[in-house]
Design a protein around this ligand. Structure first.
Ligand code: OXD
Ligand code: MN
Length: 616
């Protein structure tokens, strides 16, 4: 071992009795040449050390409220970088058209060259975590190497500690590894952002990431581990999904019904997981396995939230807003800071006209080099918090067995096609609904916003197996379940003349309708695209939940069957399916059947959109 690993740190490493781990540390100490290596075991002292180091290094600055800090990512590092994130493949290997890939040998050569000497003068942090609850059939140990105390601090909040899990490996190599360097820094942000690279190396269960800080690119256990776990799930027969897990609770009936939900980021995912009256297990990534009783069980891979802060305000997200404005451990990123207080877009307050933000010292009207106005806070600004800091944390958050899933929701940002909520006819129709998900792009990824993009199961950005194989796995997983979850689709973003047709809070009505459907408490209308809620049931739900009169005109607009738009969507999906390899035949059959049903409806009701009252 190298002399930069002192006795104390060496002892922590040696206690694991794991040659694989030691070899990895040796390899990257030699390559990245840090000034010193610190091994962290997740003890309270080590956790506190990281908190302080992030501040000492200037990666975070304390704010006025105790426990709160602010971190800034570079101006060009404000979202997941799809272009520079690649799955490495052997020469000649292929995946789906939409998955960004690179030739393994040349990409490894490139990234090792970028990592070379990248930690000179810096401290290498070696951390051990567990994806999923500890001591559980779901647990995957994960080793993180990074030169960023902000990354380590974020992981200490977002993930369960895993030093003991590594001991349980008894010298084995069944763990994921993540190597990250922010690279050379200028004003505390990665200077060489043009050389930002995130390479996913499946054969070695590792991801290498360099010249970035934004957590979606740098925090190994978040979206980087998702890619490795999708491959692992594929080979072991379970599902790894970009899904929240939440419990819908009906107090009077003492009933909890667990849902998973896949939404592209910034499309209402966290706010659905946080619907008032329910309890949250996770807002982003779920592992799902078959239980012995024929039901699917899910765990949250994480224990915290790296949430989008835009529009979090005391009316729409009261619990998160309260947590963000009272003392506790929490990291803000890329918000505006003025006099030690954080400000963000849509917080329900007037924002100061100057302060410090992701562009540096900022004042209203400032423009970037391209002449674009710099907003006070970034649209993808975030907060990082432990779920247990929220009063609605579900009691089963850390249950090693997971929770039984009765419903799955697919949701996208769709201004003109799908109604606010529908139920699939059955599992394979539900998989088809998920496989046809489209969504308008948001600030969570770099690039233009508001462009309609295909995003099957909201997981396309993270797939490391061909789309066809991924869909086949879903179909088979459901087929083997005695009690497959009911599948639903939601759309909170339907518009008319540029105005949203729904209020944000309406999602609670849709959730409780879905919950009631699972328990056979509501009827439904059979339409060409699935089951629709009946008007009278929604009247009842709006009245009991919000004491609001739900008008017939609202229902008719929201639940109109937009036949032409739905048919146009099917055409787009069919073209995509045809370009992919091996899309299961069943998906094409579902598509054909849906098209036939829509054409039959158009014959009967030839106008562009038909009222839901046409169906029974
Ligand atoms: C996220 C994302 O941060 O999907 O969850 O971008
Ligand atoms: Mn996500």
């Amino acid at each position: 071992m190298s002399p930069i690993l002192d006795k104390k740190n060496l002892a922590k490493l040696k206690a694991l009795k794991n040659r694989y781990v030691e070899k990895i540390i040796e390899k990257y100490t030699k390559l990245c040449k840090p000034q010193k290596v610190t091994v962290l075991t997740g003890s309270p002292e080590d956790i506190s050390y990281i908190r302080k180091l992030a501040i000492k290094n200037g990666e975070e600055t304390p704010l006025k409220i105790p426990g709160h800090t602010i971190h800034f990512d570079g101006y060009f590092d404000q979202g997941r970088d799809k272009e520079n994130t690649k799955v490495l493949l052997k020469k000649g290997g292929t995946l789906s058209k939409s998955i960004n890939t690179g030739e393994r040998n040349s990409c490894l050569k490139e990234i090792f060259a970028l990592l070379k000497d990248s930690m000179k003068g810096k401290e290498m942090l070696v951390l051990f975590y567990c994806l999923g609850p500890t001591s559980s059939p779901f647990s995957i140990p994960a080793l993180q190497i990074t030169d960023s105390a902000y990354v380590a601090h974020s992981e200490n909040i977002l993930y369960r500690q895993g030093y003991q899990e590594f001991k349980r490996l008894k010298g084995g190599n069944k763990f994921f590894q993540f190597v990250h360097s922010a690279g050379e820094l200028e004003n505390n942000v990665s200077k060489n952002y043009q050389k930002k690279r995130v390479y996913i190396d499946l054969p070695d269960n590792r991801v290498l990431s360099v010249n970035n800080q934004y957590a979606g690119n740098s925090v190994g256990l978040k979206k980087l581990s998702l890619r490795l776990a999708i491959k692992k799930a594929d080979s072991e027969g379970w599902l790894c999904e970009h899904m929240f897990i939440m419990g819908a609770r009906i107090k009077e009936k003492k009933r909890v019904t667990y849902f998973t939900g896949a939404f592209p980021s910034a499309c209402g995912k966290t706010s659905t997981a946080m619907i008032p009256g329910g309890t949250i297990i996770g807002d982003d990534i779920a592992y799902i396995k078959r239980g012995g009783n024929g039901r699917p069980y899910a765990v949250n891979v994480e224990q915290g939230i790296f949430g989008i802060i835009e529009n979090v305000n005391s009316i729409d997200d009261p619990l998160i807003y309260k947590a963000l404005t009272t003392p506790r451990e929490l990291i803000f990123s890329n918000v505006l800071v003025t006099n030690g207080r954080p400000y963000w877009l849509g917080m329900g307050k007037e924002l100061p006209k100057k302060g410090v933000n992701y562009a540096g010292c900022w004042k209203e009207g400032d423009k970037d080099n391209g002449g674009n106005e710099i907003l006070p806070a970034h649209k993808n600004a975030r907060y990082t918090i432990k779920i247990t800091e929220l009063p609605n944390a579900d009691p089963n958050l850390n249950n090693p067995k997971g929770v039984p899933i009765a419903g799955t929701i697919y949701g996208g940002r769709d201004s003109d096609t799908s109604p606010p909520v529908i139920q699939a006819f059955d599992w394979s129709h539900g998989v088809f609904i998920g496989a046809s998900l489209e969504s308008e792009t948001t600030a969570a990824t770099l690039g233009k916003m508001g462009v309609r993009k295909y995003n099957p199961l909201a997981n396309l950005d993270f797939l490391t197996i061909p789309l066809g194989k991924y869909l086949k796995n879903h179909l088979e997983f459901g087929k083997k379940l005695k009690h497959p979850p009911q599948i639903f689709q939601t759309n909170y973003f339907l518009k008319e003349n540029g105005q949203f047709l729904n209020q944000k809070v309406d999602k609670k009505v849709w959730l409780l309708w879905m919950e009631g459907r699972i328990h056979n408490e509501f009827g439904a209308l059979t339409t060409p695209i699935g089951f629709f809620p009946k008007y009278e049931d929604l009247v009842f739900l709006f009245k009991t939940i919000f004491q609001r009169r739900y008008k017939k005109e609202e229902y008719e607009k929201q639940f109109a069957l937009r036949t032409n738009n739905l048919l146009a969507k099917l055409e787009r999906i069919e073209a995509i399916f045809k370009e992919e390899m091996d899309i299961p035949k069943l998906m094409f059959r579902q598509l054909e059947k849906q098209k036939e049903r829509l054409l039959a409806a158009r014959k009967k009701f030839p106008q562009d959109s038909s009222s839901p009252f046409c169906f029974s």
